[in-house]
Design a protein around this ligand. Structure first.
Ligand code: ADP
Length: 180
């Protein structure tokens, strides 16, 4: 576990399962149809029950780089924010900007819904194939910038699935922080 102060708020890295988090909102790595999938998406719908899908369907999809919000169903979290990251192609097809946008959009929705604590998965790094080191740097840089501009969000936690993802995020965070 790693925890750093960003202005008055906290940024945390933990290894674990995002469906078990006690935060106001968990972010789902969704696809543009918002109709469910594997990975985090499958886990969130399994744990949260059918209410989440019923609400998500009403949006009729979500463009890549944006996000939509539903209730948390049976999860401990009150909300699920369904963020759509890019499919990684070659790194020169706008992927970095779209990935940053998915995180930024999620933080904006959190702010609008008075969410004070939010948990993110490593968006796009599973089925969508984004290389972990690059994805980690973009995710952390974007969420740190958002925390600085949105002091009402008190906690942003990255919940990394497995040692490999955790280590990539820990290394990226060390590299972004000013030397002690
Ligand atoms: P994407 O399609 O955006 O790549 P995936 O769900 O396939 O989304 O993968 C995104 C990341 O989420 C991967 O690093 C994957 O290992 C991780 N992941 C899978 N299940 C969970 C879970 N229950 N909690 C947190 N992270 C998870």
């Amino acid at each position: 576990m790693m925890r750093v102060r960003i202005n008055g708020s906290w940024l945390e890295l933990v290894e674990g399962d995002i469906t078990q988090q006690e935060v106001d909102a968990v972010v789902n790595a969704a696809n543009p149809s918002l109709r469910g999938g594997g990975g985090v998406d499958g886990a969130i719908h399994r744990a949260g029950g059918p209410q989440i899908m019923a609400e998500a369907q009403r949006y009729g999809g979500c463009p890549t780089g944006e996000a939509r919000i539903t209730s948390g169903g049976k999860l401990k979290a009150r909300y699920v924010i369904h963020a759509v990251g890019p499919i990684y192609r070659d790194g020169r097809s706008g992927e970095a900007e779209l990935l940053a946008s998915a995180y930024r959009y999620s933080m904006q929705l959190a702010s609008e819904h008075r969410i004070e604590s939010i948990a993110f998965p490593a968006i796009s790094t599973g089925a969508y194939g984004y290389p972990l080191p690059e994805a980690a740097t973009i995710a952390l840089r974007t969420v740190i910038a958002e925390l600085r501009q949105r002091p009402e969000i008190k906690l942003a936690r990255f919940v990394l699935f497995g040692r490999n993802a955790y280590d990539a995020f820990a290394a990226a965070l060390q590299a972004l922080l000013p030397p002690a």
